[in-house]
Write a protein that binds this ligand. Structure first.
Ligand code: AMP
Length: 288
């Protein structure tokens, strides 16, 4: 049977139409778990594939460095890529299909439709990266239509992205369940990210201050109901004062609405940070 042969070997699909046809066929009898990525995969991405594998009959991952979510001065052209390594990792994680489209396949010259999620896109990264979440919502909506997943898996490392996607799915009545999974960290606490590759050994040490700062703020929150400003101070004090380290933002907000909080609220307080270490912009967050 053709279908069984496909499941034994991970298949790579470049065409949207071919992927969609296959997905619609699979959906008649099986469930699809979907993991969208921009490649240069690490254990954080693979944790999503493993979760999808456990819960769904068929796992589809996509690798697509989405140009519309990068600003004109951002790192699109130098974003790290390793197609061969990624495919090997996906294969050993048990992924069944990889959707690997070209930029023209997704955005042909006459492409003219975008998805904008308003409220939750405007805080945090939305302020420093105008247009970023419009690019994210557009690609995720398009990928959902192509891959037809029952469930899609996202990492809470990008907490705001999860909120944007959940809001889009709710508002546009998309028939997809969103599963958000915990941030996978290096042994010393640094959140795994494809962009960690940009860091020199010295910058890698400086970057550790981000997760240390979040932990320091969390420890303070555990002692009572401190003012948000105190949590921010605990974070800032954990960062090494160095000319290469620059805070883009550090904010304390409601974990769902992303509205700013003045005082810590137990279990629904998100502390989210974006910090430049050298030229690399890193994000991390914790809910406490
Ligand atoms: P990206 O390739 O950066 O677009 O990420 C693809 C997916 O992997 C997104 O849902 C991310 O939130 C998720 N992801 C990235 N880093 C991590 C991490 N350290 N832990 C868990 N999920 C992650």
């Amino acid at each position: 049977m053709v279908y069984a042969r496909l499941l034994n070997n991970m298949k790579i699909i470049h065409s949207s139409i071919a992927m969609q046809k296959l997905a619609l066929k699979i959906r008649k009898t099986k469930t699809i778990g979907f993991v969208p990525t921009m490649g240069f995969l690490h254990a954080g991405h693979l944790s999503l594939v493993t979760a999808a594998k456990k819960a769904c009959d068929v796992v589809v991952a996509s690798i697509f460095v989405n140009p519309t979510q990068f600003g004109p001065k951002e790192d699109l052209s130098r974003y790290p890529r390793d197609e061969k390594g990624d495919l090997a990792k996906l294969r050993s994680a048990g992924c069944d299909f990889v959707f690997l489209p070209s930029a023209d396949e997704i955005y042909p010259p006459d492409f003219q439709t975008y998805v904008t999620v308003e409220g939750v896109s405007q805080a945090l990264c939305g302020k420093s990266r105008p247009g970023h979440f419009r690019g994210v919502a557009t690609i995720v909506a398009k990928l959902f239509n192509i891959v037809q997943p029952n469930t899609a898996y996202f990492g809470l490392k990008d907490h705001q992205q999860v909120q944007v996607i959940k809001t889009m799915v709710r508002d546009l009545a998309m028939p997809v369940k969103i599963q958000a999974l915990a941030t996978v960290r290096e042994a010393d606490g640094l959140a795994m990210s494809s962009r960690n590759k940009y860091l020199s050994p010295d910058e890698r040490l400086l970057a550790l201050g981000i997760s240390k700062g979040l932990k320091a703020a969390k420890a303070l929150a555990g002692k009572g109901t401190p003012l948000a400003a105190k949590l921010v101070a605990a974070f800032t004090n954990s960062l090494v004062k160095h000319s290469s380290v620059r805070i883009d933002y550090i904010e304390v907000c409601d974990a769902h609405s992303l509205e700013l909080l003045k005082v810590y609220l137990p279990r629904r307080t998100l502390m989210a940070a974006a910090v430049y270490v050298g030229k690399t912009r890193l994000i991390d967050n914790m809910v406490f």
